[in-house]
Design a protein. Structure first.
Ligand code: LLP
Length: 418
């Protein structure tokens, strides 16, 4: 996905689609996440374009952005969903997602999560260990249904991405060791309350090369072959998510090239192909609007203290991630190098470091490419209410999540008698 294209300048002011960012700040305050409805639709449709003639399912990875309005929009386009918790299951169902298009990943599924997913009649559990398989069989037998499963194999392929978001190596906790997968399938075949549906892998996130995907798929397909020889026939192959986006100067393969490379490998198999993209569908469809509260400097540094912080956007702190910063109404002040930081009491609370910007106090800034893993990773650290979220559709603005009030933050807490 190309860099955020729905943000553009009009007579010196930034707009999101046809709405001025100043209007959004006046109406909803800051910090506020802004998403573009038309960019979301475009991203989904361009991912799907190369797949239309193939039996496929695009399961949006809910963890990337779990706002109900976004899930509802994707559901209306025919998307399925990759979930990793009972909470995500409830969200997807509430948003109108089709249970028969839900795959359930994650290494720590609890008994109650498994039960809820079985009762909802989801498409498939992506099983990450033998213990999990045994637990799923036990829960399924208790409620007398057959649990649909895939085994998530760990292909031991280097995704060449940040170590925190690499998942397909032996060092990582994810998936079943490639060499143990066949035995586990054979065991699953003998279980009365298990129905083998497919095979799954996911090797990491923000992957900008094609090769790791192709290598992982090759390994998965070699296993599909072995399974066939053992009379285990699959109805789907799930290749996971992970395709990267452009934050700065990365050039990930475009959707067409990516899907073609995958389809080339599986076209002779009579299976549905499942994808689990998260970031690629939402990352560049969202930005975070914030205001400069203070400028301060010492002998060596200029700081811009903005009203968005690590609790709103964790990625710079956690992964040293780069997010471009644009000024909403740039004025003629000196270009200086700034560390753009938030109000949270941690030195790790920064949004950007050493950026050349023309900044003044009270300026609005737009933090780019924050539609994925922005709001969904936010917290209330320092008792900061979460940001508001709005969606623009040409000249219309919809509030899709109200700003959290302080009272929202402690409403579940109780005093003890003293
Ligand atoms: N499927 C599974 C099983 C996953 O674990 C993930 C992401 C996805 C699909 C979607 O991956 P995507 O297409 O979005 O790359 N917080 C990190 C990213 C963590 C990704 C975790 N798993 C970040 O902000 O970069």
């Amino acid at each position: 996905m190309a860099q955020t294209s729905f943000i553009h300048a009009n007579q010196g002011i930034l707009f999101a689609e046809d709405v001025s960012l100043e209007t959004i700040a006046n109406q909803f305050g800051t910090p506020t996440y802004i998403y573009s409805k038309n960019t979301l639709i475009q991203a989904f449709e361009s991912f799907q374009k190369g797949l239309l003639k193939t039996n496929h399912l695009i399961c949006f990875a809910v963890k990337a952005n779990s706002n109900i309005a976004i899930l509802n929009l994707f559901a209306s386009l025919g998307a399925g969903f990759d979930i990793v918790s009972g909470g995500e299951l409830e969200r997807v169902l509430y948003a109108g997602g089709d249970p028969q298009k839900i795959v359930f990943s994650g290494v720590g599924k609890t008994v109650s999560e498994i039960e809820a997913a079985l009762k909802a009649n989801i498409l498939c559990f992506n099983v990450e260990s033998r213990s999990e398989l045994l637990r799923i069989e036990a829960v399924a037998s208790k409620i007398n249904v057959k649990a649909p499963i895939s085994i998530r194999v760990n292909p031991d392929v280097d995704a060449k991405t940040h170590p925190y978001i690499s998942t397909g190596l032996k060092d990582n906790k994810f998936g079943v060791d490639f060499n143990q997968a066949l035995a586990l399938y054979l065991e699953a075949k003998g279980m009365s309350y298990i129905e083998i549906k497919g095979i799954d892998c996911h090797i990491g996130s923000q992957i900008t090369e094609l090769k790791p995907f192709v290598d992982a798929l090759d390994r998965v397909l070699s296993l599909v072959d072995q399974l066939k020889k053992n009379n285990i026939h699959l109805s789907h192959v799930d290749i996971g998510g992970g395709i990267g986006i452009c934050y700065q100067d990365e050039s990930p393969p475009d959707f067409d090239i990516y899907t073609k490379a995958i389809l080339n490998k599986i076209q002779n198999l009579d299976v549905k192909i499942i994808f689990e993209p998260g970031r690629a569908l939402v990352g560049n469809a969202g930005v975070l609007l914030s205001k400069v509260e203070y400028l301060k400097q010492n002998d060596i540094k200029h700081f811009a203290i903005i009203d968005a912080a690590m609790n709103d956007l964790m990625r710079p702190t956690l992964y040293d991630a780069y997010h471009e910063i644009k000024i909403v109404r740039e004025q003629d002040t000196k270009l200086q190098s700034f560390d753009v930081v938030g109000p949270v009491c941690e030195s790790g609370d920064f949004i950007a470091k050493n950026r050349s910007l023309k900044l003044k106090e009270n300026d609005l800034v737009c933090i780019m490419s924050t539609g994925a893993y922005g709001m969904s990773m936010s917290s209330n650290y320092n008792s900061r209410g979460r940001a508001a979220e709005v969606m623009v559709d040409r000249d219309k603005i919809f509030e899709i999540r109200a700003r959290e009030k302080s009272s929202d933050l402690f409403k579940l807490e109780k005093k003890i008698p003293l």
